[in-house]
Design a binder for this molecule. Sequence first.
Ligand SMILES: [Fe+2]
Ligand SMILES: [Fe+2]
Length: 320
Amino acid sequence: MRLAEEEGVLRELEPSVERLLERHLSVARDWLPHQYVPWSAARDFDGPLEGSAWAPEQSALPQAVQDALLINLLTEDNLPSYHFEIASRFGRDGAWGTWVHRWTAEEGRHADVMRAYVHARRAVDPVVLEELRMRHVGTGYSSDLPTLLHALAYVTVQELATRQAHRNVAAACGDRVGEQLMARIAADENLHMLFYRELYAEALALYPDAGLVALADVLCDFQMPGATIPGFRARAVRVAASGIFNLDVHHEHVVQPLLRALGVMALPRLGPAGAQAQERIGLHLERLTAQASRARELYARMKAGGSPLPVDITDRRTLT
Ligand SMILES: [Fe+2]
Ligand SMILES: [Fe+2]
């Protein structure tokens, strides 16, 4: 899509952005991150305060929950890159700009509060966490998506996947405080997803063919923004085997509900490009179903046999 066309799409969608932003502001509930951190559980660390260094036995959380928390937190840490991505794509003016800044302000508290939680609980190694943050944020993130519609499709899928990742950590962590915190973050992500999903429905109504092509491209090659975290794959395999986030979750709680909500398989007025994109999405769903069921069987067999997890049975592109 050329620049002039992109500007046309931004203009055409602006009334919808304004309406959805107003709705978002009317339903978003303010919350205070500091109220979700178990400060009474915290102790000084080694270093200038001469407390005690972290040791693995101090974490009460299962290994897969530690892995998922670390991946989710480092993913949230890269907010400066995500802000740059959407600010340079959506602009900083009008309703689009208001959304960009509001969204950034809401996202900012996620990494803040998660880091405070994991430090207070001594849930993950703080030295490894900081080393990885420096490398991950120091590398930055760039989606390299070709059009504005691709960027909108991507954030729609990503916000839903992120909601599900936080929600499933909440359910698996076994710590009432952590559960409340992750559920609270997931509620933010849910509203972000609703904003983008409804905006995408408007985009599909205006540009059914280009919108469906962009959605098909994004779905068929989806990769979470955290996939570039150093050592991502080994952690993602443990997270997948635990059921916190894997191909089944991606299929059942991300792709299918999104396609249903957008009515993708029954969109009217499609030309040849849209019809082909619809077919690609159908084939992708079939492939995902088959891959998810193969992975499920392997995890079950490995759990029964106690053998180590091979790293090639998960598709790293679809794990958070
Ligand atoms: Fe977030
Ligand atoms: Fe979000």
